[in-house]
Design a protein around this ligand. Structure first.
Ligand SMILES: *Cc1c(COP(=O)(O)O)cnc(C)c1O
Length: 385
């Protein structure tokens, strides 16, 4: 096990760590590659690889053969280049004209999200170094992208512009994770119809996120080179827990902390801010060293469970900034839990991030992205240790 990321090492044991299992990451990448068939993967490592650490994740995925990456914003792409990742990198976000020289300098692929952006990239390519683009077509997400009626013309003109290559024409699905939602097939049909109208076949097309790749085979069925853009499934998570099991995805991140203090709380006494939990009998309560400042949402108050020595235990009372209390059972029963014991908030040995997300009324994406910068990422790598 090696610790490679911020915060700086202080020589003391951190109370909370996010253990990132790179073997599981590579396993998930292989699962997705098998499911993608002849399509290639563009691994989505935006938001610090969904909280897992973009550089170690991209390095591990590169070792397992992935050559395309995507991030959300320019600075994330530059950070990967500065760490020595020399694969293809697409930035999903819409560029500003003053950012284009950086795309050229770092050989980053720019997302053409509007006719204005198309003009800016054409100007930048004429006056400077070449630019590699992916043209984003809006087939119904209405986030960023060019409307299909306009996109045909933009693509045909960009294809004739010196210094510009169109690496891909692409779109994004709004409902791929809702089986049977007809809008997914509607978006795919709109995209297909657009492709039929452009003059030059693009070097690649791509639509599928994790849910598309695993649940919507039509999102991969295109002529020529197809890419898929999985994010969440690489990290072993899906909104639908059944999809995790059905595809043998393995959790990459385990958020764990330890028992700081043990209490016996007397009947009628309460625990934590606002007195939201009361003991009905003499009760064993553990105080553990994580709270919402670590990214353990306050909505988990009186709702979540944690894993201690393989046993599920409920959160007792309000989640605090840096501590959370856990009910261990009646004081009349013996307990083996001791100060210093490991507590799994989610991941291996505890509930999944998807379960935690359910309790916190959100999706697993927000749970893993939300693990805060003060939590050290500790990398487990069976291949190199
Ligand atoms: C985040 C994102 C993805 C990855 O989505 P997952 O659901 O995590 O697989 C793919 N494409 C775009 C445009 C995205 O923004």
């Amino acid at each position: 096990m090696t610790e490679t990321q911020s915060p700086p090492r202080t020589g003391v044991l951190p109370s909370t760590v996010a253990v990132v299992n790179l073997d599981h990451l590579r396993h998930n990448a292989q699962v997705l590659r098998d499911r993608a068939g002849s399509a290639d993967l563009m691994a989505v490592v935006k938001a610090d690889a969904y909280g897992h650490g973009a550089v170690p994740v991209a390095r591990a995925l590169h070792e397992s053969g992935i050559r395309h990456f995507a991030v959300a914003i320019l600075s994330e792409a530059i950070a990967l280049r500065q760490a020595g990742i020399d694969d293809e990198i697409l930035v999903f976000g819409a560029p500003l004209p003053e950012q284009l020289p950086a795309y050229q300098q770092y050989d980053l692929q720019v997302n053409v999200t509007s006719p204005d952006v198309a003009r800016w990239v054409a100007d930048a390519a004429l006056s400077g170094r070449p630019l590699r683009t992916h043209v984003k077509v809006d087939t119904g997400m209405n986030r960023v992208g060019i409307h299909p009626e306009v996109a045909v013309d933009v693509i045909d003109r960009l294809n004739l512009t010196p210094g510009i290559t169109i690496e891909g024409v692409w779109t994004h699905l709004a409902t791929a994770d809702e089986p049977g939602n007809p809008f997914t097939l509607e978006q795919i049909a709109r995209f297909r119809s657009l492709l039929g109208r452009i003059r030059t076949r693009p070097r690649s097309v791509h639509l599928a996120n994790s849910a598309g790749l695993l649940m919507v085979p039509e999102s991969l069925r295109f002529d020529g080179r197809v890419l898929a853009r999985p994010g969440i499934a690489l990290y072993g998570l899906m909104i639908d827990e059944d999809q995790i099991a059905a595809n043998d995805l393995r959790p990459v991140m385990t958020l764990r902390t330890h028992v700081q203090h043990l209490n016996v709380v007397q009947p009628g006494e309460s625990v934590s801010y606002g007195r939201r939990w009361f003991a009905e009998e003499p009760s064993r309560v553990a105080t553990v060293g994580s709270g919402y400042a670590d990214g353990y949402p306050r909505l988990l108050t009186n709702r979540a469970e944690v894993g201690i020595a393989g046993v599920r235990r409920p959160v007792a009372g309000t989640v605090c900034m840096d501590m959370t209390m856990i009910y261990l059972g009646p004081a009349s029963e013996p307990s083996t839990v001791a100060v210093g014991d490991e507590v799994v908030l989610f991941g291996e040995g505890g509930p999944s991030a998807t379960e935690v997300a359910g309790w916190a009324e959100t999706i697993p994406y927000e749970i893993c992205c939300g693990v805060s910068p003060r939590v050290p990422r500790v990398y487990e790598d069976g291949q190199t240790s």
